[in-house]
Structure formats: C-alpha cells, structure tokens
Design a protein around this ligand. Sequence first.
Ligand SMILES: Nc1ncnc2c1ncn2[C@@H]1O[C@H](COP(=O)(O)OP(=O)(O)OP(=O)(O)O)[C@@H](O)[C@H]1O
Length: 263
Amino acid sequence: MTDYLVPEEPYYRGVGDEIAMYEAAYEIRMPMMLKGPTGCGKTRFVEHMAWKLGKPLITVACNEDMTASDLLGRFLLDANGTRWQDGPLTLAARFGAICYLDEVVEARQDTTVAIHPLTDNRRILPLERKGEVVKAHPDFQLVVSYNPGYQSVMKDLKQSTKQRFGALDFDYPTHDIEVEIVSHESGVDAETASKLVQIAERARNLKGHGLDEGLSTRMLVYAGSLIAKGIEPLKACRVALVRPITDDVDMRDALDAAVTTYF
Ligand SMILES: Nc1ncnc2c1ncn2[C@@H]1O[C@H](COP(=O)(O)OP(=O)(O)OP(=O)(O)O)[C@@H](O)[C@H]1O
C-alpha cells in the first residue's frame, strides 16, 4: 500500500471550506461525491486530501467499457493455474486506501451498483466470483467525481447511488484565486495569469451559446506553461485554449479575437 501514498504535498489552493468539510466527512468515512466541470481541481483536491490525511490513494478513470470485474478483480491464468487478482476497488477496501473513481457516471450501471454495499453501513464488498466477502478496512473511503454538465437523462447516476454520498460542489475559482493558481502552476507572472483568466471568463460566458463547456483552469495552466517556456502568448492561447475547445470556425474567430484584446 505504501506505493499508493502521496509522497509530497500536492499544491491545492482552497477556495472555500472544502478542506474542513472533507476532513469531517473522512472522520465518519462518509462516501464523497465531488461535482463540477472538468479541469477545475477535483483530482488535485483528492490528492491533496490523501496526502494531508496520510492515506494511500487509488485512482480509477471510469469509462463506458468498464465492467464490474475491472473494479473488483478477476481470475487470471498463469503457469501455475488460475489466481485471483484484486481490482483497484477491492485493493483499496482490503488495505484501507481512499479510492477515487473519476467520472463515475461513465461506468455502466452494473458497475456502479457494485459499489453499493461498500457505501452504506455494511461497508462490505462481496466478490461473488471468488466466493469472498471483503470487509472494508477502517481507513477505506470511496470518493467519486461527477460532472453535472455532461449528464443526460440516459446517462445519470441512479438516485439509489447518489443518495449514498455526501457532495461537494466545485467550480472555476474566483478571479484572484484562479490567477494565483495559474501563476503558481505555470510559472507566469500574475499580470499574464490575470490576462489568461480574463480570457477564460469571457469564454465561460459563451457556455450554452456555442460552447458546451467553459475554458478550464487546466487549460489556463497549459497556456501559461507554454508562455513560460517562451512561446508567444497569442500562439500559446490558440494551441492551449481556443483550438481544443471548439471546431466551429466562427467561435474560433470570436475566441481568437478575445485573445488579441489581451495579448
Ligand atoms: N484549487 C486548485 N489548487 C491548485 N491547482 C488547481 C486548483 N484548481 C485547479 N488546479 C489546476 O488545474 C489542473 C486541473 O485540475 P484537476 O486535474 O484537479 O481537474 P479535475 O476537476 O479533476 O478534472 P477532471 O474532471 O477532468 O478529472 C490541476 O492540475 C491544477 O494545475
């Protein structure tokens, strides 16, 4: 399990009371759901909290091809016959890690249902194929992330899943905090970081008016990092901010124009 300990403090700039809330939630081992758009700091937050609490962290990026076996484990065939290999969720439950399921809504429903017995007061994980019931280690906690913007009627978590979690809302930080984050992460000065954040703020206003999702803090960190490496800001913004977020020619022009008002 020591392989999964977070060795150094991951930089996380708190934006509200989320650190204190998470600590309280961990105290009672409440399963947590982190809700918010992509690239706004959810993963970094969990890494920071695992480090702060001194607990191992096992992260799983969920996708629609994922089966319950990918989480729970399976029998593998090797030279000596078959042997059981724990999946990441089983490993975390057995040895007391924080298990972070990123974008859990992407997983198929039979996969999400597999977490149910772990997320109520039973805190057990039945491994039907193996004929074992794993009792969760006292340090085990389940954390999932969820981007409400992506959900459709077809793809949403069942209420019986949602209601097993406490939830923390995440969003893009306020201007000054985002400037601090972008500057810290990329190495650009506060003035440049502030320009990048202003571009993002303008683009975020276009969400729902041609853009599906706002420009994330992650994208700003990329743009800033390119600028810090000596790339001309205009080009850095095109590559890291404008081109990835839209294929629409008019929208690209509008965003390019926004960039040129700052750089
Ligand atoms: N509050 C914050 N403190 C420190 N860094 C932050 C913060 N918010 C965002 N970042 C920066 O933004 C980047 C993206 O954040 P992160 O990977 O945590 O996003 P996410 O919300 O988990 O996205 P996804 O849902 O796509 O996984 C981080 O690598 C970090 O550089």
